[in-house]
Design a protein around this ligand. Structure first.
Ligand SMILES: [Mn+2]
Length: 308
């Protein structure tokens, strides 16, 4: 079995859920789950085609390949063996009008994060609090819940690849398939969650302070495709520009950098109330048509410098 997952916290959480499901299945005698290999993926990365065998089970969580590659994977492992769970709007849109992809097992829902979709599909019970928080962060739905951001920082302060123990410490995984008893005691989970939140407070203060210092020297106002924006030539995420973002003057935030292949990586970040679909804009601006994302956060690559 292969678990293909997006290399962000939502993807890590989704793959952690898929991996625990596979361990339960293996113990219950499911031959598909005898050996599980985790495959991290991000947009623009080469896909390891040589590692797949005909007829093996594949979970693709919080991620999609381009349409022709999705079809190639279906051809390789078989439609009944590919479970596809994703919520990236511009990617999942390709299943409209593609009967092969539309018929795949799993769930493609815009607005529900990869980890939430994966929990709902594989376990079907109420989404655990850690999964809900990471999910709501990923879809940018936490305006009234500041601790969601703090929890995310806390999770980023510990090793969080899908096989790491942290996932067993904050998520109540079933001890056995179909058994209500969980591996970790609910009280231990609550204690670990509080402890992660406390770590998150420290990390958040440090990160925000560093971002303020950096943006003060690097951020500039510019125009992108007719929209007034605030931009910075650096990596990071929307938090990098939040200290200087002014929604009255800036339609969205832009981070851009020259990557190791000599191509410009560009990330766009809007606000929860933003009307502009940044995923569509990213697709339009990308040099290979492969850009995309959500309404409020998107990314693309281009061979020309994004700003003069
Ligand atoms: Mn996601």
């Amino acid at each position: 079995m292969k678990i293909i997952y997006h290399t962000d916290l939502d993807g890590h959480c989704a793959a952690a859920i898929s991996l625990r499901w596979a361990r339960l299945e293996r113990r219950a005698g499911n031959k598909d789950c005898t050996a599980v290999e985790l495959i991290p993926m991000n947009y623009g990365w080469d896909f390891p085609w040589g590692r797949f065998e005909a007829g093996e089970l594949v979970h693709m969580v919080d991620f999609s390949l381009p349409e022709e590659d999705m079809e190639r994977l279906v051809g390789l492992v078989g439609a009944e063996k590919l479970v596809w769970l994703d919520h990236h709007a511009t990617q999942i849109k390709m299943e409209q009008g593609n009967e092969v992809l539309k018929a795949l097992r799993g769930a493609r829902v815009d607005g529900t994060a990869g980890c939430e979709l994966t929990w709902a599909y594989l376990f079907g019970t109420k989404v655990p609090e850690a999964v809900r928080r990471l999910g709501r962060f990923d879809v940018w739905d936490f305006a009234d819940e500041p601790e969601i951001m703090t929890f995310k920082y806390g999770m980023e302060s510990v090793p969080n690849e899908p096989a790491e123990e942290i996932w067993d410490e904050v998520i109540p995984f079933p001890a056995k398939a179909g058994d209500p008893k969980t591996v970790a005691h609910p009280e231990d989970i609550a204690r670990r969650m509080a402890n992660i939140l406390e770590a998150g407070c420290h990390v958040q203060y440090y990160v925000e302070e560093q971002n303020r210092i950096k943006a003060a020297g690097m951020a500039f106002e510019a125009v992108l495709q007719g929209h007034g924006v605030i931009a910075q030539n650096s990596g990071g995420n929307s938090a990098a520009l939040e200290p200087v973002f002014n929604p009255d003057r800036h339609a969205f935030m832009v981070l851009f950098w020259l990557n190791k292949r000599g191509i410009w990586d560009v990330r766009l970040y809007g606000t929860p109330s933003s009307k502009l679909h940044l995923g569509e804009l990213a697709k339009y601006l990308s040099y290979d048509g492969k850009g995309g994302g959500h309404v409020g956060a998107a990314g693309y690559q281009t061979d020309v410098r994004p700003f003069k």
